[in-house]
Design a protein around this ligand. Structure first.
Ligand SMILES: NC(=O)c1ccc[n+]([C@@H]2O[C@H](COP(=O)([O-])OP(=O)(O)OC[C@H]3O[C@@H](n4cnc5c(N)ncnc54)[C@H](OP(=O)(O)O)[C@@H]3O)[C@@H](O)[C@H]2O)c1
Length: 209
């Protein structure tokens, strides 16, 4: 970590992983895109499309080289992913963006903590459209996140670098649950209440008076 420039391992080369990787590379970070297939033509095409600043690596290799690890694989695949990482996450900040849809516990925060990492919960509460374009009418939308103060400056910097305003919910069980609950609000509004996927959040406080 030098001058705020980080090595960020984004584990998962799907639409969320690619979108976040692009944002952090544009902000000047070195991004390792973790994939099961780093040498494939498919991933070469992904890297071409992303432009500079992103290289592909196998998940464990990416995690070991990173200052910060971000999980963007399907929620039901996270246990498999973690099992293949060995001790690569020990003492690292790990941002969990995954969602286990329909499960009572949508996040992998417990498993990430059990792997010896410091877990942060973020990016799960908005659709990928907002990760690509977080501002509405020029105003950055908010990204609620949970996690301890130890790496919160680093995590907040990364959130800002993707164009959101970070809002810290705290680091107790209620904080992680609140971030998951906001994800459920997004799903309800988008898929059941008919607002459409272009939907973000803005939290107003006394500072906005
Ligand atoms: N889409 C959204 O709007 C959105 C918003 C917020 C949160 N999320 C959450 O973010 C995560 C990623 O969403 P996504 O839409 O990007 O999913 P996706 O397009 O399906 O991509 C997930 C990627 O994970 C990798 N993967 C799949 N199974 C794996 C396994 N067993 N082990 C390791 N890697 C595996 C695959 O990459 P390789 O084939 O290259 O290995 C795949 O491209 C999900 O948990 C989702 O719930 C999605």
């Amino acid at each position: 970590m030098t001058d705020g420039r980080l090595t960020v391992a984004v584990l998962g080369a799907g639409v969320v992983g690619r979108t976040l990787a692009r944002g952090w590379a544009r902000a000047g970070h070195a991004v390792l895109l973790g994939t099961r297939d780093p040498d494939s033509g498919r991933i070469r095409a992904v890297l071409d499309e992303l432009g500079g600043g992103v290289v592909a690596a196998a998940h464990e290799n990416a995690a070991r080289r990173a200052d910060v690890v971000v999980i963007t694989v399907p929620g039901d695949q996270v246990p498999d992913l973690l099992a293949g990482l060995g001790d690569a996450l020990v003492d690292r900040p790990v941002i969990d963006a995954s969602n286990r849809m329909g499960a009572s516990e949508p996040s992998a925060v417990g498993a990430i903590r059990a792997a010896g990492a410091t877990p942060y919960r973020a990016y799960n509460s908005v659709g990928v459209e907002q990760m690509a374009e977080p501002a509405f009418g020029g105003v950055p939308s908010d990204l609620l996140y949970a996690g301890p103060s130890s790496f919160s400056a680093v995590v907040e910097g990364l959130i800002r670098d993707t164009g959101f305003r970070p809002v810290h919910a705290g680091d107790d069980d209620g904080a992680y649950a609140a971030v998951d609950a906001l994800g459920r609000v997004w799903i309800q509004l988008v898929f059941r209440a008919g607002y459409g996927r272009r939907l973000g959040f803005r939290i107003l406080t006394a500072e906005d008076d």
